[in-house]
Design a protein around this ligand. Sequence first.
Ligand SMILES: Nc1ncnc2c1ncn2[C@@H]1O[C@H](COP(=O)(O)OP(=O)(O)OP(=O)(O)O)[C@@H](O)[C@H]1O
Length: 331
Amino acid sequence: MTLTVNDLRVHYRTLRGEVRALDGVGFDLADGEILGLAGESGCGKTTLGKSLIRLDGRMRHAGGTVTLDGDELPLSDDRAMNAYRFHRISLVPQYSMSALNPTRRIGRMIRELLASRGVTVDTDELHRRLALVGLEPDVLDRYPIELSGGMKQRAVMVISTLLDPSVLIADEVTSALDVSNQQAVVGALTGLRDKGLVTSMIFVTHDLGLTSHIADSIMVMYAGKLAEKAPTKALTTGPRHPYTKMLIGSLPQVGARHKDRPLSGIEGSPPSLLDPPTRRPTTTPAGGPTGRVFDGCRFRDRCPLADSGCAEEPPVVEVAPRHTVACWKAA
Ligand SMILES: Nc1ncnc2c1ncn2[C@@H]1O[C@H](COP(=O)(O)OP(=O)(O)OP(=O)(O)O)[C@@H](O)[C@H]1O
């Protein structure tokens, strides 16, 4: 087992209170597995990826553990995390292709980065890795501005995996790319795994369609919690959580006309994760229905199946082998 995440809770400190961005997430990532991490904007995908690498000054590890190849990661200890970061767990961050230093040629950037980790560049190996993601050695002599978006993204993937990490987190690496560049990036990611340069991967995306092509399993998050996780085929052909069903149902179909098959969305919006109350009165002072609730299923305001039983928080239950769901209606 590469990675075991258990009841992970990560909060952001803000002037208005704590944002419970991850509120008790647990899952396993096996050796060789590519896990697609999907869910609406703001559900906590990026926070999950980042918190496995570095908690920035505004993030607080509020509880839970992460075990990588048998070692518990010292998440709250930034200095101790240096031994793991980049070496054993690495990240291709969101918007990373725009974050390359514009004043450095790619080759120099790589040499400097490796030197900061006490590693010297093996040029033949570097060329081999560039070839693996479809890049010519001459990209090393180019500035980022001279590369296309897809080329930059693949260069960042090479940089992030130079030390053969056990786990690579790829955060929205295809979002800003056209379909052929998306294909090249996805092919490069699977190539890194297939050649053993990365043992396992978490592929963070909004795009359920794309992730179903590459991922062995998919985890859907909602409002800082796990909604459903299953092998890709099981999740795409037999989703159990109403949220997963609605996400899949809202995917556009090529060739379908809006007048024949209007795009269906999910009514409403996710709850705010800012300092959520644990109890609520049943009515507002004016006697009307109350707003958001947090002491039950977080999807229940938007769920067509919700009833009074959903005021209790649903446990995460294994409904089939490796298929877990947090929903009272999923059995
Ligand atoms: N620096 C921050 N300070 C306060 N709250 C934050 C911060 N970063 C993220 N959040 C909040 O944490 C929650 C989770 O955000 P996160 O970026 O992890 O979601 P996401 O699923 O990755 O979204 P997206 O798909 O848009 O990238 C959201 O409610 C967001 O508003």
